[in-house]
Ligand binder design. Structure first.
Ligand SMILES: Nc1ncnc2c1ncn2[C@@H]1O[C@H](COP(=O)(O)OP(=O)(O)OP(=O)(O)O)[C@@H](O)[C@H]1O
Length: 786
């Protein structure tokens, strides 16, 4: 076991959020025993986690979130390398030893290896979270970059912490209570990094209140779960299983392969998580003895992988049993560190790119992976779609080959395939239609392979189910959308989308809202536009810096009523409690994107609204898209007559009263962006001119460009005007906007109403307005009658 002691937790810190940190060994020498001469007689071999590490004071700032908290140091430790074997060990005086650690085993080789790896890890972790494998993966699939980029944002979780805690807890016979506590703390630290999801909040509640007896879970009894699992569910206050849980859990417990489909937010994670926990509880001694993980859960993005880990960890935070160690294997941490995590992992959750990287770097992980009992493919349609399946396909291939693996080898399908002993579980809210029919046994049979690049069926075939026909469970055969979701569309001129976005938000005051756009530029523009209008808007897109992305997600989670303007980076997997409104500022490019975007609200039987803002020419396409999504809910309707989405009757008089502020806010936002753009363009031109050895004169460049009128000339003219806006002009606009925002917006319902005080937007924003004045918004919904 290669224990990492270069970084270790600080058990004295109770707040794991703050104690997420890196530690460092102060090495006196890498090559010899330079300090050994000081007190040679009293020195002894030590392991680094036996030492009395000292806290290094660090400023208590969020900026240090990514790892500096809780730096610890130790001095007077010699790093000794055996000249012949190259093995590294550590020596120190007795006084440096902490009092309450088990006796050292004297396993110099392992310690030495750890130290080397620890250094590598530092470099790896600080390397900007770039994950070569996953970045490569991204470029294969430009349209999908954003999701992986988001995962990257959330990937600063110092998993080594959890790992170390786990290792301490597993530390042979010297397993102490303290170590167990550390393990738990560290796993919680990992949870905390992603901010409180519903699971985390629930787990915290379960943990905080030891007196809390939990809730009645008799509704789970028919699933025949262990008392430990029932206890955990009770603490999470999950009174009854969801539909997919009721259907899938017994099949998985009975040993079947399962393909599960259920609406977004309907509890699919626990549908496979509970049987995995049951299996762990039933065989934990064997699992530990095998030194192989029990389950491998593959997720398309890092963010989702962390969320699944958090969810499963929350399930195991009930204090009634020794929790399994869950390792999250995604980009952003060094491969060495992750290999060490894998050594004691009971459950692995990872992204295919990094998992493949770990496997293909050798070191025997493949052998232990071959012993897994559960292979879970979450968000399967995404994982198995073009551009994402490559590594997954490779992982599955090598898991099944009964020979030595060489990453350089071409995959040879004729090589022997080992008998598949694991269960394969595949889950998603959306599945390719043809595949779904086939899985349900309704479609045409036949074994011809389709287009290998695109066919999910081909890949499912590749999954090598243990059973000839996996159980296909469709928990919501007629709907992919959550039942508590209301859908509507707002039609407006393409040039007025900003105004209508503002209006829709004003019609939903103080609601936590997620606005989807199809471009980073739109996020960059809309966020300041809304902020200028005094709305608490946050941005999220793949072009943002890591810290800024994290901050946006955190703030969106923690601040009620905040508004997140995002690209499809946020479409899948984000489980943020209390999102009440989804606005599609740009139309989703595909039906499944619509389902997943809209699925960020109305989760776990909550309700929520999803509103599309469409230009007139987009309406027909939207109706087709929505009809496609709801095709099964209205089977009797012909395609031509099936309307599933209602046009929202927004009172245009009110919209027109909002227009002056929206126009000013847009003008200001555009001016700031145009000025920023000019700055960066100037910088670029200057640098280019310097490279060419010519003088840069922006006015000459502009004069030359002037004559060339071509496409986008109008936009450029506007941009130029915005760039030319003086500071004083901008201040004037701001003052004007401020005064507009301070004024009441009358509803225009009647003079009498107006003079009696009426209802104003400010009040609405404060959450005290009367929505009645807004007209027919109660009509939002699945009504099929237009
Ligand atoms: N049995 C249950 N009772 C109540 N709430 C539950 C139950 N199981 C899960 N949940 C809650 O449901 C929410 C959604 O669960 P989960 O993330 O697994 O959904 P999902 O089906 O995977 O969604 P998506 O398809 O969008 O990824 C979670 O916040 C969780 O707290």
């Amino acid at each position: 076991m290669a224990e990492s002691t270069a970084k270790r937790p600080n058990p004295s810190k109770s707040n794991n959020n703050k104690s997420r940190k890196r530690q460092r060994v102060e090495k006196s020498s890498q090559t010899g025993r330079s300090n050994a001469s000081k007190e040679p007689a009293k020195r002894q071999k030590v392991r680094l986690n036996e030492l009395a590490w000292k806290d290094v004071d660090m400023p208590d700032r969020l900026d240090d979130f990514e790892g500096f908290y809780g730096l610890e140091e130790i001095d007077d430790v010699d790093v000794v390398r055996d000249e012949t074997t190259g093995v590294i060990s550590f020596e120190s005086s007795e006084s440096k030893l902490a009092k309450d650690v088990p006796e050292p085993t004297g396993d110099a080789e392992e310690v030495g290896q750890d130290e080397d790896d620890g250094d590598d890890d530092e470099a790896g972790s600080w390397g900007g979270f770039s994950d070569a494998e996953e970045n490569g993966h991204d470029t294969d699939n430009a349209g999908e970059v954003v999701d992986n980029e988001l995962s990257e944002a959330i990937d600063s979780v110092p998993q080594a912490k959890a790992k170390e805690g786990k290792k301490d807890a597993d530390g042979a016979k010297g397993k102490t209570k303290k170590n167990k506590k550390e393990q738990k703390k560290l796993q919680e630290a990992e949870l905390a990094t992603n901010g409180p999801s519903a699971f985390e909040i629930l787990a915290e509640q379960a943990d905080d209140d030891e007196e809390d007896e939990g809730v009645d879970v008799s509704a789970w009894e028919e699933l025949d779960l262990s008392t430990e699992t029932l206890g955990a569910l009770s603490k999470l206050k999950f009174t009854r299983p969801t539909a997919i849980q009721s259907s899938a859990i017994p099949e998985i417990l009975a040993g079947h392969d399962v393909i599960g489909k259920a609406s977004t937010g309907s509890g699919k994670t626990l549908a496979f998580g509970i049987p995995i926990l049951e299996s762990y509880l039933a065989s934990r001694d064997e699992v530990k003895k095998n030194k192989a993980p029990l389950a491998m859960i593959i997720s398309p993005t890092r963010e989702l992988a962390h969320q699944i880990s958090a969810h499963l960890t929350a399930l195991c935070t009930g204090k009634t049993f020794d929790a399994p160690y869950i390792a999250t294997i995604t980009g952003g941490l060094s491969v060495q560190k992750q290999r060490r995590q894998l050594e004691t992992a009971d459950i692995i959750v990872g992204t295919p790119g990094r998992l493949w990287e770990v496997i293909s770097s050798g070191h025997g992980v493949l052998d232990s992976f071959k012993k897994i009992k559960f292979l879970v493919v979450d968000e399967a349609d995404r994982l198995l779609s073009q551009g994402h399946y490559k590594e997954l396909g490779e992982i599955i291939n090598v898991l099944e080959k009964d020979d030595d693996f060489d990453p350089e080898d071409e995959v040879d399908d004729s090589k022997p395939v080992i008998e598949v002993n694991r269960q394969t579980l595949v889950f998603s809210a959306t599945f390719h239609k043809g595949l779904q029919q086939k899985l349900a046994g309704k479609g045409p049979k036949g074994g011809e392979l389709m287009n290998k690049q695109e066919s999910m069926e081909y890949l499912l075939k590749k999954l090598h189910f243990r059973e000839e026909k996996p159980k296909f469970i469709d928990a919501n055969p007629t709907a992919q959308m959550a039942s508590g979701l209301k859908e509507g569309l707002v039609e407006c001129a393409g040039t007025e989308k900003d105004l209508f976005l503002y209006s829709v938000l004003m019609f939903h005051p103080k609601k936590r809202a997620l606005i989807f756009t199809n471009s980073i530029a739109a996020v960059r523009r809309l966020t300041p536009f809304l902020q200028n209008l005094d709305l608490p808007a946050l941005a999220l897109h793949s072009g943002m810096l890591q810290k800024a992305r994290l901050r946006s997600v955190e703030r969106f989670k923690s601040r009620a009523g905040s508004i997140l303007v995002a690209t499809d980076v946020a479409a899948r997997g984000l489980d943020i409690p209390g999102v009440e409104l989804i606005v599609h500022y740009h139309l989703p490019r595909a039906a499944d994107t619509y389902v997943h975007r809209s699925g960020r609200t109305a989760r776990a039987e909550a309700s929520g609204s999803s509103i599309l803002i469409c230009a007139p020419e987009e309406v027909a396409g939207v109706r087709r898209l929505v009809a496609k999504v709801h095709a099964k809910t209205q089977p009797s309707k012909s395609k031509k007559t099936a309307f599933f989405i209602r046009t929202l009757d927004i009172d245009r008089r009110i919209v027109s009263r909002l227009k002056p502020r929206a126009t000013l806010a847009k003008k200001l936002a555009d001016a700031v962006i145009a000025k920023e753009k000019k700055h960066s363009e100037n910088d670029w031109m200057r640098a280019a001119a310097e490279d060419l050895g010519v003088e840069y004169d922006s006015e000459t460049f502009e004069a030359e460009a002037k004559g060339k009128r071509g496409r986008g000339a109008g936009r450029k003219k506007k941009e130029k005007e915005a760039q030319g806006m003086t500071k004083a002009e901008m201040q004037g606009l701001r003052a004007e906007l401020k005064s507009l925002l301070a004024q009441r917006i009358n509803t225009g319902v009647s003079e009498r109403y107006l003079t009696s005080g009426g209802i104003d937007v400010e009040k609405l924003l404060q959450g005290s307005g009367n929505l009645g004045f807004l007209g027919d918004i109660g009509g939002l919904g699945m009504d099929d009658e237009e």
